[in-house]
Design a protein around this ligand. Sequence first.
Ligand code: DQA
Length: 151
Amino acid sequence: MLDSSIILVLNGPNLNMLGVREPDIYGRETLADIEIACREHASGRGYDIDFRQSNSEGELVGWIQEGRGKFAGVAINAAAYTHTSVALLDALSLLDVPVIEVHLSNVFARESFRHHSYISSVATGVICGFGSTSYLLALNAIIAIREKNEN
Ligand code: DQA
């Protein structure tokens, strides 16, 4: 297995507005708060985090392409692009490390257009509905898969 202890955490459009964006759905924590929580959670387990956000689909695709061979795994909250993006699906298909699809909200309890994800079919697993804890659960999943494969 790839010898990297860095986990890439990717965030899609409008997640830079967390804290003020529909707090009843997404909570009051900012993306910076979530980044800090991810870093602390990962560092206690011997991992570093590369945490990024973009409103641009193309930039996210570029980061996934550049990430090939560099990361222990990828946690991705593609936000609205989850429900629209064949380009992200194709980019994620290039990876051979655990990919965990993350959502703060329980997308299945919301509008029907959020029930379909283009990226679930190439994700190792999907975690949604736990607020910011969804990110920490995704990190746990990547680390657990990695440690299982090392033994
Ligand atoms: C989201 C759910 C998506 O449907 C939505 O477009 C988002 C955030 C979530 O984290 O719950 O922007 O990915």
